[in-house]
Design a protein around this ligand. Structure first.
Ligand SMILES: *Cc1c(COP(=O)(O)O)cnc(C)c1O
Length: 349
């Protein structure tokens, strides 16, 4: 049996033809892990989609495979993105794979260490912008408008086309769409893409129902909840530290059309959920992903998400992306001499 990436697996639902060169790292086909404890505690049938198990450790790879393939198809000399980290890691990896030049603009000092390491090691050009993600994106837009460079942020429609394959996989696995799809929201591309995917699968009768789309932003970076842009967004969850979401209107429309909603959670709730997923489920996700779990827990408790429902929560990125946060929010370890009785004292006293 041969391995296939997202484009080959879902070709007939994607804007590709036989002439499109396929740039793939065999992304997608990520596990839908049944919850061991949190689902039972909440009284729901809960699954986690482990998007951190994509080749670069986040869901961004789904959209990047198609986006870079299309850039190669039109012989673009360079691709570019602004990024809170995961988009740049993915763009860097897929560009390396394609052999195409790549430049990423990152908000200086505000991206997680693992993501920075990825961009560096894949050999793309990195511009560290002294400003926010939104300001970096403004520069990337201006550059790509003026020069013949392809912008690969989620403004690029191929990103969403590729990312909708996550919804396909969930339906293929469960036999139909879940009752609720719970997902963190930053630039709002992913919630928009999932909604597109579910609707497309309903059109061709692969699923008979559509999920309610439930999105969560971080309290200090919640423009879609507050109803206005946030100038200097703040949250520990750097992947969703975005004040002017590029796909904000579509995300709000997805929530509304599906009878879902977009709400927010604070950093304390995010960190509590982040540790709970690691400790109760055995899976290490990044803080932004935990925003969805934090929101889910709150909304089942408030009965806005009904008990007994089938819920899929998208764990968007891998915890190893951001080791600094893991170390910062957990207890210090105990230091001992290499001595049996000292070890016993710490363990059993
Ligand atoms: C990009 C990202 C998000 C936010 O997705 P959007 O499409 O920007 O809303 C959430 N979590 C992680 C880990 C991400 O990399």
């Amino acid at each position: 049996m041969s391995y296939k990436g997202t484009i080959e697996r879902y070709k007939k639902f994607l804007p590709v033809d036989d002439k499109t060169p396929i740039v793939s790292l065999l992304e997608g086909d990520t596990p839908l892990l049944p919850s061991a404890r949190i689902g039972k505690e909440l009284g729901i049938d809960l699954y986690f989609k482990l998007e951190g198990l994509n080749p670069t450790g986040s869901f961004k790879d789904r959209g990047m495979s198609l986006t870079i393939s299309k850039a190669v198809e039109v012989e673009s000399p360079m691709v570019m993105c602004a990024s809170t980290g995961n988009t740049s890691a993915s763009a860097a990896a897929f560009s390396a794979r394609a052999g195409i030049a790549c430049t990423v603009l990152i908000p200086k000092g505000r991206i997680a260490m693992g993501k920075l390491a990825q961009a560096l090691v894949h050999g793309c050009k990195i511009l560290a912008v002294e400003g926010t993600f939104d300001e970096a994106l403004d520069v990337a837009k201006a550059l790509t408008d003026k020069h013949s460079i392809t912008l690969v942020n989620s403004i690029n429609p191929y990103r969403l086309e590729g990312q909708k394959t996550g919804a396909f996989e969930i339906c293929d696995r469960l036999g139909e769409a879940p009752d609720y799809l719970v997902i963190p929201v930053g630039n709002a591309g992913n919630i928009t893409a999932y909604w597109m995917g579910f609707k497309q699968y309903k059109q061709v009768s692969i699923t008979s129902k559509l999920p309610k789309m439930i999105g969560f932003q971080a309290e200090g970076a919640a423009p879609l909840v507050c109803g206005h842009p946030v100038e200097d967004p703040q949250t520990i969850a750097s992947a969703i530290r975005i004040g002017r979401p590029a796909r904000g209107d579509e995300a709000l429309a997805a929530a509304k059309e599906s009878a879902g909603f977009i709400d927010m959670v604070c950093d304390d709730e995010i960190i509590e959920a982040y540790k709970k997923v690691a400790r109760d489920e055995g899976y290490f996700c990044e803080p932004a992903s935990a925003a969805a779990v934090a929101g889910l827990i709150k909304k089942v408790k408030s009965s806005e998400i009904k008990k007994g429902s089938v819920v899929v929560c998208i764990l968007t990125g891998h915890g190893l992306k951001d080791p600094d946060t893991a170390i910062k929010v957990t207890d210090e370890m105990v230091t001992i001499k290499p001595d049996l009785s000292e070890a016993e004292k710490v363990l059993f006293d």
